[in-house]
Design a binder for this molecule. Structure first.
Ligand SMILES: [Zn+2]
Length: 110
């Protein structure tokens, strides 16, 4: 019985690994798409946003720019810099922008 259970688990893991592998093969190795978290102010739930690493890096280069789902933009706090069917890049305004610059995880200031 125990051996049967172990064998079933191994098959399950292998099946999962095969799926992960097949997904990875569809993504160009030079610029893999990854799941990031929506950076909007809604803390009630967490949603994933898919970006390539270069897309993510270009947004992160500006301290006041944030990645949100297209339907999660808040015109009262920010304006949309760019948008596509997967995500929107928003720029914080006023006090929110100052907060964002002061709390930039990548302190690029000289
Ligand atoms: Zn959101």
């Amino acid at each position: 019985m125990r051996l049967d259970a172990a064998a079933r688990n191994e098959e399950l893991f292998r099946t999962v690994n095969e799926r992960i592998e097949s997904v990875r093969q569809n993504v160009p190795a030079s610029d893999p798409s990854m799941d990031f978290l929506c950076e909007c102010d809604n803390v009630d739930y967490v949603e994933k946003v898919s970006l390539t690493l270069s897309e993510y890096e270009s947004v992160r280069a500006v301290a006041t720019h944030f990645i949100v789902l297209p339907e999660h933009t808040d015109p009262q706090l920010e304006h949309v810099v760019s948008a596509n069917d997967r995500f929107a890049v928003v720029e914080k305004e006023g006090a929110a922008a100052r907060d964002a610059e002061e709390n930039d995880p990548r302190d690029n200031q000289p």
